[in-house]
Design a protein around this ligand. Structure first.
Ligand SMILES: [Zn+2]
Ligand SMILES: [Zn+2]
Length: 255
């Protein structure tokens, strides 16, 4: 693993985080100490190093599965209106898989043991986007991403577009007073996702969607935010990590 190249590769994401943190200061949902974002920025570097080690290993299994499926069952078009339709089909399918995976993360204790790290942030902001347990992406690659690779013979234009819109996730985590009110079922927003991160029992197990809340509507987990509703975030039964070591061993850590 080229450690220097991996760390340099995080610069664009870190730059996006810094810009988002500056925008958050205009109208924050919550006044936060700077050190909370500092921890997540540091963890982003550690997460990137972990992914650089894990992804090549896990990718072998994905390549084998995709090849066995003849490179993917459904060949998506890569020009004109076909590209747009293909992209929408790909994005909706992936987001549905992300929704199901997220439900599983909250449903099964072994997965919650990891995902609760993402929810441990009592100062939800743009940098929380990369605050995921280091092993989770490997599990996603071996399940939903592998399945998507088997289903779709997606061209680089579609995969690239989907990677680009995944940055929307940064917006959804921002500490800003932006919500879509009655239109919340159309697209995720900072207020909608903040309800998912809420520490209040009345908000547990709702608003799982990544991009399209229509999946929450269809499966009964939709909770439209009320006007001005920006609840506190975090876990009610576990303290936030005290440092990077604590973050690494998070699933095995005591309360
Ligand atoms: Zn969650
Ligand atoms: Zn989140």
């Amino acid at each position: 693993m080229d450690i220097k190249a991996t760390l340099l590769g995080t610069i664009p994401l870190l730059a996006i985080f810094v810009i988002a943190l500056l925008i958050e200061r205009i109208n924050p949902a919550q006044v936060q100490p700077l050190k909370s974002a500092g921890f997540n920025l540091l963890y982003t570097l550690l997460y990137a190093l972990a992914q650089a080690a894990i992804v090549p290993l896990v990718s072998v299994a994905t390549v084998v599965a995709v090849n066995a499926a003849g490179g993917g069952w459904i060949d998506l078009p890569n020009t004109g209106w076909g590209l747009l339709l293909g992209f929408l089909l790909y994005a909706f399918t992936l987001d549905f898989m992300e929704y199901l995976f997220h439900r599983a993360q909250h449903r099964f204790p072994v997965m919650w043991a990891m995902h609760s790290f993402h929810h441990s942030d009592t100062a939800l902001n743009a940098t929380t986007t990369s605050r995921h347990h280091w092993a989770e992406n490997g599990i996603k690659m071996l399940t939903i991403f592998m399945l998507a690779g088997v289903i779709f013979k997606a061209n680089s234009a579609i995969v690239g577009l989907y990677a680009a819109i995944s940055f929307y996730n940064v917006f959804s985590h921002m500490n800003i007073r932006i919500g879509f009110g009655r239109m919340s079922f159309i697209l995720n927003s900072p207020q909608y996702h903040r309800i998912h991160h809420s520490a209040l029992p009345e908000h547990y197990d709702c608003n799982f969607a990544g991009l399209f809340p229509i999946f929450d509507v269809l499966f009964g987990t939709y909770r439209q935010p009320r006007a001005g509703e920006f609840p506190p975030t975090g876990l009610d039964d576990k303290k936030p990590p005290s440092g990077l070591i604590d973050a690494i061993i998070w699933p095995a850590r005591a309360k």
